[in-house]
Design a protein around this ligand. Structure first.
Ligand code: BJW
Length: 233
């Protein structure tokens, strides 16, 4: 059985990472749509760097929750038959023990040099204009995918969706494309589709099955069911 899991901000909410579009989804009064664009970075680089510096620094204080750990457990049994595609830029899947994780919207702990095009692992702030470890230029930006930019790994993701028997979306509002369209592709290509989210999302009606409640409870239960079915075959 081949499984593709798509995760969004909701899977990290119980770890204390804020989501984007809930009641508290503003950062210093800005919507994510106003700070996560190349235009915002060009107009106000310091503001955009501060947004990402704050979120990168906050990673030190959070830990994976039972939902991240359940997906790592699933990978330890399914191996290459599981791919986690995450929209999240945190590293909680990896810290829970997952290895097969594709960060389609990039990662907070990576910096991209606009002078030499190299990506480097990055833990510190970027707002003071540090030098690129490869070329020395002061031209680093967060290695994340903003509105209007092409997400990472689209060919690999589409191939995995085409092969999947099961597609599960966890903790995403399904408002941002192309991720919001994966359920339609997976269904069209024959996968059974399941939504796990705190509340109905913009795409709930498209899924074969929807389970609503906290990911920290629902994902471990779903993973146990799936492993039971895999072992029975
Ligand atoms: C819980 C929970 C708990 C809470 N348990 N659940 C018009 C129509 C259609 C598309 C477009 C359009 N105009 C423009 C577009 C395209 C655009 C787009 O989709 N815009 C929309 C706003 C309409 N998309 C793009 O520009 C993308 N690029 C693109 O399309 O390129 C073209 C192309 C594609 C493919 C091939 C070739 C070409 C790029 C999108 C980049 C998005 N970037 C961001 C920022 C990344 C860096 C960062 O983190 O700062 O990604 S925006 C932000 O939204 C972030 C997230 O990954 C993304 C999705 O958010 P997510 O994860 O769904 O979070 P929330 O907060 O929205 O939802 C959380 C959910 O969790 C909620 O439902 C809660 O209920 C739930 N929840 N607690 C379970 N405990």
């Amino acid at each position: 059985m081949k499984v593709v899991v798509l995760t969004g901000a909701g899977i990290s909410a119980e770890s204390g990472v804020p989501t984007f579009r809930d009641a508290n989804g503003l950062w210093e009064g800005h919507r994510v749509e106003d700070v996560a664009t190349p235009e915002a970075f060009e107009a106000s680089p310091h503001l955009v760097h501060r947004f990402y510096d704050a979120r990168r620094a906050a990673l030190a204080a959070v830990e994976p929750n039972p939902a991240h750990r359940a997906l790592a457990r699933l990978e330890s049994e399914l191996g290459e038959r599981l791919l986690v595609v995450t929209q999240n830029v945190d590293d909680l899947h990896e810290r829970a023990g997952s290895h097969r994780v594709l960060h389609m919207h990039g990662q907070l702990r990576s910096a991209w040099c606009l002078a030499c095009d190299e990506r480097s692992p990055w833990q510190e702030d970027l707002s003071h204009g540090p030098a690129c470890p490869t070329c020395g230029a002061s031209a680093l930006r967060p290695d994340v995918v903003w509105f209007g930019e092409i997400p990472y790994g689209m060919d690999l993701i589409e191939n995995a969706l085409g092969d999947a028997d099961v597609f599960v979306a966890i903790g995403t509002s399904s408002l941002v494309y192309p991720a919001a369209g994966f359920v339609r592709l997976a269904r069209m290509w024959g996968a059974r589709t399941v939504e796990i989210n705190l509340e109905p999302s913009a795409a709930t009606s498209v899924f074969d099955e929807a389970r609503h409640g906290p990911a920290g409870e629902l994902v471990p239960a779903w993973a146990d069911e799936l492993l039971g079915a895999v072992r029975a075959t």
